[in-house]
Design a protein around this ligand. Structure first.
Ligand SMILES: *[C@@H]1O[C@H](CO)[C@@H](O)[C@H](O)[C@H]1NC(C)=O
Ligand SMILES: *[C@@H]1O[C@H](CO)[C@@H](O)[C@H](O)[C@H]1NC(C)=O
Length: 472
C-alpha cells in the first residue's frame, strides 16, 4: 500500500522541482520580452568576398527591471561563417559622438527557434526601465558567398549567391527596420522581393518593415556578379624571430587559393593577355601586402626560387609589397610561396615598466582583403628568455615550443598562437611579454671566443709536441 503513495509523492516533488527549474529559466529568458527595438538599420556590404554587416539598433527597455545585456541572434547557416563581431555604443551628441567598444560573446543561452544562436552584448551601464540606447554592431562573414555556376570558363564573369533574411533575425520585437544591400556592380541576375523592395544602381533596399514579431524570418536570395579576388590563405605560418643584436626577422609561408568559381576548360595565355578586360575577370595576378615601415631585406620566393616580379614601395608610414605569382590565379588554383623581411628591433621590442621586455606586433595577414582559414604565429624569443606571456585582444589557442638554431645550447622559447577564420580586422597589435637577462646576449660570442681559443690552443700544443718516434 506504500508504493503508490510513494510514487505520487515523488511525482509531486519532481513536478515542484521542474516548476522551479522552468521558472528560473523563464526568469533568465524573460529579459528578451522586456526589450524592444525601436529602430533597426542594417547595411550589408557584398562588394568583396568578405561579407560585412553594419547594424544600428535603437533598443528600448519596456520592462520594469534594468537590463545589462542585449542579445543578437544569428541563423545557424551564418554562425559557422562568423569571423568577427564587435559592438560599440555611441556617447555624446551628433557632432561630438564617440564610440565606446562593448564586448560581444557567444551566449550560454539555449538555442532559439530554428537553431538560431545567440550572442550577447554586455552594456557598460545598465539600461533602466524606459531608457533607450543605440548600439552599432559590425560583423563579418567569410566563405558565405556561393559561386553559381560553380565552374566558369576563362571568358565568363563570376556570379554568386547571397542568402539572408529580409527581416532582421532578433529575439526582440522590432518596430521599424530597413536593410540596404550593396552589390559590387549593377549586374544583379535576380533577387527575392519582399514588399517593399527597391533597387537603384548597386543598392537594394528591403523595407521599411513595421512591427515584426520576435524571430520573424523571411529568406531572400540575391544572385549577382562579384569579380573581386576571392583570395583565401588556407594556411599561413608567420614566424617572428627576435634577435637582441638589432633586428626581427619575419618569415611567412603562404598556401593561397582562389576560392571563387572553379576554372573550367583550358587556360589561354594569349587570350588572357590580349583581352584583359573580358578574359579572366575573376582571376587575379597581383596581391598587395602592407608591411611595416623601415622593412629591409625583403624577399619573395616559391618552390622554384626567387620571384623577381615584385615591387616594394616604402614611405614613412608603411611599406607596400606588390607580389605577382608566376601565373594568374583562376578559381580553384593554388599558389605556395614565402615572403621574408627584416625589421628594426627598436620599432617592435620595448621595455615594460616592470623591467620585462615585450614585442608589440600586428596579428593577422599582411595581404589586403584576404581570409586566412588557419593562421599560426610563432614568436621565437632569444635564448635565455623566461616567463613568456602573450596578450591578444581576442581568443586564440596558445602553446609553447622550443627551437634550436646554430650555437643554441638550451634552445629558444617559441610562443605559438593559432586562430582560424581570420579577416583583415584581426590585424590589431598583440604583445608577447618575456624576461631576459642581458648576460645571455654574451653567451654566443663567448662560445665563439672559447671555441676559437680551444682551437688555437690545440694548434699551439700540436706544434710544440714532438711526436716523432726516432730519437735525434
Ligand atoms: C633570393 O633572394 C635573396 C634575398 O634577396 C638572396 O639572399 C638569395 O641568394 C636569392 N636566391 C637565389 C636562388 O637567387
Ligand atoms: C602597440 O603598437 C601600437 C601601434 O602600432 C600602439 O598603438 C599600441 O599602444 C602599442 N601597444 C603597447 C602595449 O605598447
Amino acid at each position: 500500500m506504500e508504493s503508490p503513495l510513494f510514487a505520487i509523492r515523488s511525482a509531486l516533488i519532481f513536478s515542484v522541482f521542474a516548476l522551479i527549474i522552468s521558472s528560473t529559466s523563464a526568469l533568465s529568458a524573460s529579459s528578451p520580452q522586456e526589450l524592444q527595438i525601436v529602430n533597426a538599420e542594417r547595411r550589408i556590404d557584398l562588394t568583396s568576398h568578405i561579407v560585412r554587416v553594419f547594424l544600428t539598433l535603437k533598443v528600448e527597455n519596456t520592462g520594469t527591471s534594468p537590463a545589462s545585456e542585449i542579445l543578437l541572434a544569428f541563423p545557424p547557416t551564418q554562425v559557422e561563417h562568423l569571423a568577427l563581431a564587435k559592438a560599440a555604443v555611441a556617447v555624446g551628441k551628433r557632432k561630438k559622438k564617440s564610440y565606446t567598444p562593448l564586448t560581444v560573446k557567444s551566449s550560454e543561452l539555449p538555442d532559439a527557434p530554428n537553431g538560431a544562436k545567440f550572442f550577447s552584448v554586455s552594456l557598460l551601464n545598465q539600461l533602466n526601465a524606459g531608457e533607450t540606447v543605440t548600439l552599432e554592431i559590425l560583423y563579418m562573414l567569410t566563405h558565405l558567398l556561393e559561386p553559381f555556376p560553380e565552374e566558369i570558363s576563362q571568358s565568363e564573369s563570376q556570379l554568386v549567391y547571397f542568402r539572408d533574411s529580409a527581416i532582421i533575425l532578433s529575439p526582440y520585437h522590432i518596430k521599424e527596420q530597413t536593410t540596404f544591400i550593396k552589390t559590387p556592380s549593377t549586374k544583379v541576375e535576380s533577387y527575392t522581393v519582399v514588399e517593399p523592395t527597391n533597387r537603384a544602381s548597386t543598392d537594394l533596399k528591403y523595407g521599411q518593415y513595421n512591427d515584426r514579431a520576435p524571430y520573424s524570418y523571411s529568406p531572400i536570395i540575391i544572385h549577382f556578379e562579384n569579380n573581386h579576388p576571392f583570395a583565401v590563405v588556407e594556411e599561413l605560418l608567420r614566424e617572428v624571430e627576435i634577435s637582441h643584436w638589432g633586428s626581427i626577422q619575419i618569415t611567412e609561408h603562404y598556401k593561397l587559393v582562389h576560392a571563387g568559381a572553379r576554372h573550367k576548360g583550358v587556360f589561354s595565355r594569349v587570350e588572357y593577355q590580349s583581352r584583359p578586360s573580358i578574359s579572366g575577370v575573376s582571376s587575379f595576378k597581383h596581391l598587395l601586402a602592407r608591411l611595416p615601415p623601415r622593412v629591409h631585406s625583403v624577399y619573395y620566393r616559391d618552390g622554384i626560387g626567387n620571384i623577381s616580379t615584385s615591387h616594394l614601395r616604402i614611405d614613412s608610414k608603411k611599406s607596400e609589397l606588390e607580389i605577382e605569382p608566376r601565373y594568374p590565379l583562376f578559381g580553384g588554383w593554388k599558389s605556395t610561396f614565402v615572403i621574408g623581411y627584416g625589421l628594426p628591433l627598436q620599432d617592435f621590442v620595448f621595455e615594460a615598466p616592470d623591467g620585462s621586455r615585450y614585442l608589440n606586433f600586428s596579428f593577422g595577414c599582411p595581404i589586403l582583403e584576404t581570409v586566412v582559414d588557419k593562421l599560426t604565429i610563432k614568436v621565437v624569443l632569444p635564448e635565455g628568455s623566461k616567463d613568456p606571456n602573450a596578450v591578444v585582444p581576442f581568443a586564440v589557442d596558445q602553446h609553447m615550443e622550443t627551437k634550436y638554431s646554430y650555437l643554441d645550447v638550451v634552445g629558444r622559447p617559441v610562443v605559438v598562437l593559432e586562430k582560424n577564420n581570420v579577416v583583415p580586422d584581426h590585424n590589431t597589435p598583440f604583445q608577447v611579454y618575456y624576461k631576459f637577462h642581458p648576460v645571455f646576449m654574451l653567451a654566443e660570442p663567448l662560445m665563439l671566443i672559447t671555441a676559437f681559443f680551444l682551437l688555437f690552443g690545440t694548434c699551439v700544443a700540436y706544434l710544440h709536441i714532438d711526436l716523432s718516434i726516432q730519437k735525434s
